[in-house]
Ligand binder design. Structure first.
Ligand SMILES: C[S@@+](CC[C@H](N)C(=O)[O-])C[C@H]1O[C@@H](n2cnc3c(N)ncnc32)[C@H](O)[C@@H]1O
Length: 583
């Protein structure tokens, strides 16, 4: 299930070969004391003595100008399920649709790296670029002319642009088969664009949101397409059913219960002014007036997808930062995690019942009072990673460490947990037991919410801390039929004693997905039903193709349904839930 949306600082450009930063420096090696023949040269003190003796040095040192070193492009290994990996599938698709070859879009990286002129030719402004596709990462893609080899083209990534936009861009970074750009101007908006929907004054600069210019229905549609594309690219051999409608989030703004603003402090250069405090900037767009400086971090006072409480916490911490920033020696990230507490004692003032949390400038804990049914609640914003926080979901209470994984959009969790529970059911004669395995169980979200409909639940997670909380959460919610094991997910198959025909399995791994060891053992165990929840639909698609086509019993399963849940409105992220049953 979901992980953090990484608000990454903007990447640095491929630096100009002419700039001092990248000038080839002569390698400082032992040639300082040796001549080209490898013989020792006289040192300064030697020289003095030889001068005194009026003897000529045996070898005359001839200073050779340092040989300019040819810079080479080093390709990095890319995981095919990462955004950079998926981009390669998207590029291949553009090539096919436009009858182009790899060579037609290849960039001459070597000359860009070694010639200032080539660097400047490539990194230029381009007008009238038409966005022809959207990446799964929420950026636009366009085909533009290659500035040097004019018979060739370039594929360009344009952030904040959508299909049909005609734009002016500035190309600033070159890769072997694509370039990156900043969006300078939207000349004509595409059919789905409605800029009046944009609510955040940082949209277009902050890297957090990509879809504020779209109606919510269009966002949901785009996310459905992301799932379809993921299966097309990473599971091309699978026959998949039609992807169902994406389930909307009840809250489209003010839903994130956790924010992690950061600031950069250079270790080398003394910090003379207060650093920006906010989220990573996306390039240097200027297509709309936004607030925030032209730095890698956008200074942000309010994040409109964050809850009211985490935004109050952010305001407090920003204020505090005005006086404390000089104490920091390096960059840091501030944790802001919403905490909900049921106020049991209605006679004592709320302030006296609160756990430690973010305080205002008068050193008072900031909180918001709410009611839920009969209960009086107090929300605070916790900043200590080890502090325990509480969430209430569908009548269940969950505790976990503020810095540990927990879903960030609690408004959609009742829908997801109900969907997962209902899809775990196995048709069976009445009175027959049903068992559940929750692989990658975290602090027990699915184990506990699904425990009522089954006879026994076994949860497994590699994090000892999460298992500790899963056990406590089971106890707190009076769940008596759940056991939890710490270890790698595949460990469950050594311990499991429930009959496979009556056991359903939930899989909810981190972004990288499952490993082959787990998939093989899952197949060997052959559970009656599998529900695979994922925050990275690309690794999910790869895993399912592997499981269904390459493991021992994979062919005995079919994909019953496949759909997205919108955990992160306004962004490109989508949570994908697949149900597999045995045929
Ligand atoms: C996306 S979280 C899901 C947690 C939980 N299902 C929830 O929704 O709160 C993924 C979990 O997988 C765990 N994990 C990562 N690799 C694992 C592995 N190899 N075996 C078992 N658990 C693992 C992490 O500790 C994390 O708790």
């Amino acid at each position: 299930m979901s992980e953090e949306i990484a608000a990454t600082p903007a990447k640095r450009e491929l630096s100009n070969p002419g700039s001092p930063e990248t000038k080839p420096t002569a390698k400082k090696q032992d040639t300082e004391n040796k001549d080209v023949t490898g013989l020792e040269l006289s040192t300064a003190s030697d020289k003095q003595s030889t001068t005194a003796n009026e003897e000529k040095p045996k070898f005359k040192r001839e200073k050779q100008p340092p040989k300019p070193k040819k810079r080479k492009y080093k390709a990095k290994d890319v995981d095919e399920t990462s955004p950079a990996g998926v981009l390669q599938f998207e590029i291949a698709e553009i090539l096919e649709e436009n009858q182009l070859t790899e060579n037609d879009i290849a960039n001459d990286i070597s000359s860009i790296l070694n010639s200032s002129e080539a660097y400047h030719n490539y990194h230029r402004e381009v007008e009238h670029a038409e966005i022809i596709k959207l990446t799964s990462n929420g950026d636009g893609l366009a085909l533009i002319a290659n500035p040097v080899e004019t018979q060739k083209k370039q594929i360009v990534i344009v952030p904040f642009a959508i299909k049909g936009d005609i734009v002016t861009i500035r190309v600033f970074k070159t890769h072997p088969n694509y370039v990156e750009s900043d969006l300078l101007k939207i000349e004509t908006g595409g059919p789905d664009r409605d800029n009046s929907l944009i609510r955040c004054e940082y949209f277009g600069k902050c890297s957090g949101c990509q879809y504020q210019q779209l109606t919510y229905d269009t966002q949901l549609l785009y996310k459905k397409q992301t799932i379809e594309n993921a299966y097309k690219f990473l599971a091309p051999k699978l026959q998949i059913p039609e992807v169902l409608e994406t389930i909307p989030s009840p809250k489209q703004f003010s839903y994130r219960t956790k924010l992690t603003p950061h600031f950069d402090i250079s270790k080398r250069v003394p910090q003379v002014e207060q650093p920006m405090f906010g989220f990573g900037a996306k390039g240097k767009s200027n297509w709309r007036e936004t607030r925030g400086g032209d730095k890698s971090i956008v200074d942000i006072e309010e994040c409109i997808i964050g809850t009211q409480m985490v935004n109050i916490g952010m305001a407090n911490e920003r204020k505090r930062f005005e006086t404390t920033w000089k104490n920091y020696k390096k960059s840091a990230t501030i944790l802001l995690r919403e905490n909900t507490k049921v106020i049991k004692d209605l006679q004592t003032p709320v302030e006296q019942q609160l756990d430690p949390a973010s305080t205002d400038s008068n050193d008072k804990i900031s909180y918001i009072e709410e009611t839920s049914g009969e209960d009086k609640l107090a929300k605070t914003c916790v900043t200590e990673t080890r502090q325990i926080v509480t969430e209430y979901i569908n009548g269940f209470t969950f505790e976990f460490c503020a810095g540990e994984f927990f879903q960030n959009n609690n408004s959609i969790l009742p829908k997801v947990t109900e969907y997962v529970c209902s899809n775990l059911q196995i048709p069976r004669p009445e009175g027959t037991p049903l068992y559940l395995v929750d692989a990658y169980c975290g602090s027990g979200l699915f184990s506990i919410t699904a425990s009522k409909g089954v006879d026994k639940v076994v949860g497994v997670d590699v994090s000892k801390e999460s298992i500790r909380f899963a056990k406590m959460n089971a106890e707190r919610n009076n769940v008596k039929n759940a056991v939890f094991i710490d270890g790698k997910a595949e460990k469950i198959f050594n311990e499991i004693d429930t009959p496979n025909d009556l056991t359903s399995i939930i899989i909810d791994p981190s972004r990288k997905g499952c490993d082959l060891v787990f998939l093989n053992q899952l197949s060997a165990y052959k559970p009656a039903k599998i529900v695979y929840v994922s925050c990275n639909v690309h690794s999910q698609a790869r895993d399912l193709q592997q499981f269904l086509l390459e493991t021992e019993n994979g062919h005995e399963y079919k994909i019953e349904s496949l759909r997205g849940f919108d955990f992160f409105p306004q962004t490109h992220h989508v949570e994908s839930v697949v149900v597999l049953s045995r045929v």
